[in-house]
Write a protein that binds this ligand. Sequence first.
Ligand code: GAL
Length: 744
Amino acid sequence: MSLREICWNRGWQFAAISHEDNNRCNKEQPFEFISVVLPHTCKELPFDCFDERVTLGHWLYRKDFSWEESFCGKRVALRFDGVMCCAEVTVNGKTVAKHEGGFTPFIVELTDALIPNRTNRIEVWVDSTENPKVAPFGGVMDYLTFGGIYRDVTLIVTEPEYITSFKIWGENLLTNERTVAAAIELCPEAVHVGGTLELILTDKEDQKVFTAIHPLEPGKMIYRFSQPLPAEKLTLWSVECPVLYRAEVVLKCKNGHIDRLGVRTGFRQAEFTVHGFYLNGEKLNLVGTNHHQAFPYIGYAAPKRLQRKDADILKQELGLNIVRTSHYPQSPHFIERCDEIGLLVFEELPGWHHIGNAEWKQNAQRQLEEMICRDWNSPSIVLWGVRINESLDDHDFYTENNAIAHRLDPTRQTAGVRAIENSEFLEDVFTFNEFVYNGQTVPIRQQQEITGLKQDVPYLITEFAGHMYPAKRFDAEERLIEHALRHAKVQDAVLGDDTVCGAICWCAFDYNTHCEFGSGNRTCFHGVFDAFRLPKYAAWFYESQISPKVRGVLRPATIASMGERSGSGLCPMVVFTNHERIKLYSGEQFLGEYFPDREEFPHLAHPPVIARRGLDFLWGDFWKGIRVEAYDGDVLAETVEFARDPYAVGLTAVADDTVLMADGSDATRVVLSLVDQNGNLMVYNREVVRLQLEGDATLVGPKYLPMIGGSTACWIRAGETVGEIRLLAETDYFKALPVTIILQ
Ligand code: GAL
């Protein structure tokens, strides 16, 4: 029988053991259980202003399951993709495994612990406290980690002889003869059985690219394959065309047992050099965001669809080409989606400033190993982060971390994110959080000023903006414009400096944090989107850099209102666009023609258009609104209109998905907006939206939502019954058309 993987997310019981006071863990008392489906957060939270200590504590997950005939003679195991932060797994009351570290997967072998022909009980005792022995904990840090079995659990059934790991990569990819290389490791039981090991590579049409077979040799555990292929037989993976292949290893033992391990991969050559980043030999300026994996209300426990959606937002909505998984390994679903859509990834080990004692370091190194082994087949990953984000130098620790990464994966470069100038450079790429720009200073410094080295090295900016200029989506438009222009300024400067590989901004989405950070409500408003993934103007700046061949973008960064700005008026009007020029009209009156500001932003592909004159309306003037027309050549490509007298005409409710799985955890976002005659957001409206859900589904978050910044959002979590669900949304004045979602 070949390997079986069964989703084990359903049918769990959950109980809180102790929290808040967080020093009591009594395994004896009777607990109050509720039924839950994974991914699960140990504590659902308000949107903000909560004390995160309520998420810290001890929790129990329990699942009873029947022994199956098909387990007879097999190896049975569980894979936990992520349990925050420490887990002790028991089978029928006996401890079978412990894992310390909330971001990496672990496998629990059940074979010897299961009792045949009866119901077996699995328990996972979860400790979500910020255990100072475990990375990233021990100091203060600017993010929360929530808690729970917040990723998938999978039941694995194999023969006793199985493949434990499979790594595949490309070599000589820029030559006419490309090579596919692989390393496969077998479990000890498979080492003396005799038989064959076969590697099969198939393309996305399911056509075989090649097959290679090795006989099993007695005592040998690790096998290497190397298969030369003419260039036309192997298409390279790239950000524009992320071609994936399926690779499968089949272990055929002489005793008739078969095991298979399949992975999806792509082949590409990625290199950070002193002159920039090269993908498949072509220079690519890296533009990206940092990404925290947190969501409102549910913390880290977002299911597959939401993880994938985050990657889509960054790549499809903003056109970015890189994301940094700050500051820890993120969901396998997120990484898989990055592979599929061609979004490069800089993945780093868990940490934030603090380096602990020897035990802590060992733990961090184990998590580093687990991260690399989990993701080494992902073509999107181009850099391993082996230093604790923004920590001090630690020669021995970081020399070892670097060596670990190179030993496990010689195919990728390493980096270590720092914020201190002249820090010791041990890795392949000097990655620096460049928080110099305050609106007046230079946007970025020369790399040698930062590295303290006498020669240039591969150099990447891994953070900027963030706390230097927090901006709420509901801030006044002047602040939101300045926020966006700061992003534009830094990205422009990076493009103008050949020795910088690119810049990854801080950050994608606003996030909940500890009280030492944030804006008083324990939220860092550092995102180019808010926590609902709704865009601020800074997101529009990134969107405007999308090639017009992909799609046109026209985003006037204004609400076009007379009294919004200091001193009133609309000048200067900033328009983020990738069209060639814009014309402004008020009614029939032509106000002017405007071009991308190449003086201010000489290096951007599509500098913002800044209309500094021609909009002479002031406070109390009679005017006829604004029409923004975007042109390419003589062709009118797009128009955005602002009414002179905007008023709310309706509430809209739009779901990201209309079909969900009836698996108890699938979810989608619904965006609620209050719009005027032209569909523009009524950003200062403060209505409360009342939500009502019909059918087998639950609302993530409250059922009364304040409109802030003209829109808000909720998530709907599917139940386990196939059928239809409906979300009804209304304010005192408006009713949105019902949102219908099919559960299948
Ligand atoms: C950096 C840090 C990030 C975040 C950011 C805010 O120093 O690496 O995690 O705190 O500041 O701007």
